[in-house]
Design a protein around this ligand. Structure first.
Ligand SMILES: *Cc1c(COP(=O)(O)O)cnc(C)c1O
Length: 415
């Protein structure tokens, strides 16, 4: 597996994924990876049984620990992001939970950004709390806030870029610089939005404590988590997650917990992901281009008090996004001022949409919409203490002009 230091374009990523090496067994010269399904893997004799090591990929031991098909997907995901090892989980949320369970013990503390993916926060507040693991929150747009929140008990700092729902883009190198002052802390990034395409989370050029002054190594985050459910699948029909690492020891720690929890994935789903990956960069670019057009149009609308999208100059963290990204995914959020529009009026707008369907998740061909009450949603930043409704649009692959027309006719339902 390769590790990159130079960002590569979306089209270079596409070529890399389409030409990713695959050797079919037994001289069968197909380009598409075979789908191998098994619970039991048989051993020729007891010597083979005893010598086979489930932790590495030199052989097979049991379906739960990998088949040739899962190994191919793991390698491709690692290449995509410039990581070295990958663990697959039944959903993005299961991958998030795996990280918490593997790396934290009673007495430890986890720090989450204020705008963390909601179910990630719920997992920390309920499951982790019940196991004696504390959770603190920091302002992702203020490295000093993170510095102040880290204690000797902090073991894991969670990062998300862009932030869930409100799409602020944090200063990742700035936050990592703070984290690197604490050797005991692991930096984890939920990279579902970037999908391994928008930026290189393992190569953020952050000076580490043991790098000579003035020099900088290319160390970025320690691990990333993905909801493969979103862009990698691209079909809206698969649930899967992944944890990507570059460090063998960290990977092994995660893998042991992964094994003990019995986290496995369906091989039909792995096949669908292997099908989705070669077209992902193209789909990502299409979602991105359409979303930027829609975001720019939304900015011209008087009903909308704020448009949140990292590529917009006045969106929070735009400069940070610009410094590391060459993609912006397919999400845009709009804010309706509570003093002008009631939640019922915004609901009427959402209900009036025809192409944007009401539903969770994103990354498939279908455009989706979801309203969120702003009250209590954020404790930091300009949205803290605000009243009103935020509507998140997940832009699909439909004709952009048609999507804008749909938004325009639905905005009329506000009044
Ligand atoms: C969807 C999502 C997840 C969870 O993925 P599932 O496969 O739906 O469990 C995690 N993080 C982010 C940012 C997501 O958008």
């Amino acid at each position: 597996m390769t590790s990159r230091t130079q960002p590569r374009s979306l089209s270079e990523a596409a070529t890399e994924l389409i030409h990713h090496p695959y050797e079919a067994p037994g001289g069968f010269q197909s380009v598409q990876p075979g789908v191998f399904k098994a619970s039991t893997v048989v051993f020729e004799d007891t010597a083979a049984l005893r010598s086979r090591e489930w932790k590495d990929k030199t052989g097979y031991t049991y379906g739960l620990h990998g088949t040739p098909t899962t190994f191919v997907l793991e390698e491709r995901l690692a290449t995509l992001e410039g990581g070295r090892q990958v663990l697959l989980a039944p959903s993005g949320l299961a991958a998030i939970a795996l990280v918490g369970q593997a790396l934290l013990k009673a007495g430890d503390e986890l720090l989450l950004p204020d705008n963390v993916y909601g179910p990630s926060r719920d997992f920390a507040r309920h499951e982790l709390a019940q196991w004696g693991i504390g959770t603190g929150f920091y302002d992702p747009m203020d490295a000093a806030s993170l510095a102040a929140a880290i204690t000797p008990r902090t073991r894991l700092v969670w990062l998300e870029a862009a932030g869930s729902v409100t799409l602020e883009f944090p200063d990742l190198p700035g936050l990592l610089k703070v984290i690197r002052q604490h050797a005991q802390v692991v930096a984890a990034l939920d990279n579902t939005w970037g999908a391994g395409l928008a930026f290189n989370p393992f190569d953020l050029g952050v000076p580490s404590a043991n790098t000579a002054q003035g020099a900088s190594d290319t160390r970025g985050v320690d691990l990333t988590v993905h909801a493969l459910t979103k862009y990698p699948s691209g079909g809206g029909d698969v649930l899967m997650g992944a944890v990507v690492t570059r460090d063998e020891r960290l990977h092994l720690q995660l893998k042991l917990t992964h094994m003990r929890l019995g986290l496995g994935v369906g091989l039909n789903d792995v096949e669908l992901l292997l099908r989705g990956l070669p077209s992902m960069a193209l789909r990502y670019a299409a979602h991105d281009a359409s979303t930027r057009q829609i975001a720019a149009w939304l900015q011209t609308r008087a009903e909308v008090s704020r448009v949140l999208h990292p590529a917009l100059a006045d969106s929070p963290g735009h400069a940070h996004w610009q410094a590391c990204c060459h993609g912006a995914a397919g999400l845009v959020s709009i804010v309706f001022d509570g003093a002008r529009f009631s939640a019922q009026q915004v609901d009427a707008f959402v209900d009036a949409l025809r192409l944007f369907k009401i539903g969770y998740s994103w990354g498939g061909p279908l455009s989706l919409v979801m309203p969120y009450g702003l009250k209590g949603m954020r404790r930091f930043g300009p949205l803290a203490g605000q009243q009103g409704t935020l509507v998140r649009l997940a832009v699909g692959l439909e004709d952009t002009t048609g999507l804008i027309a749909d938004l325009e006719q639905a905005l009329a339902a506000l009044s």
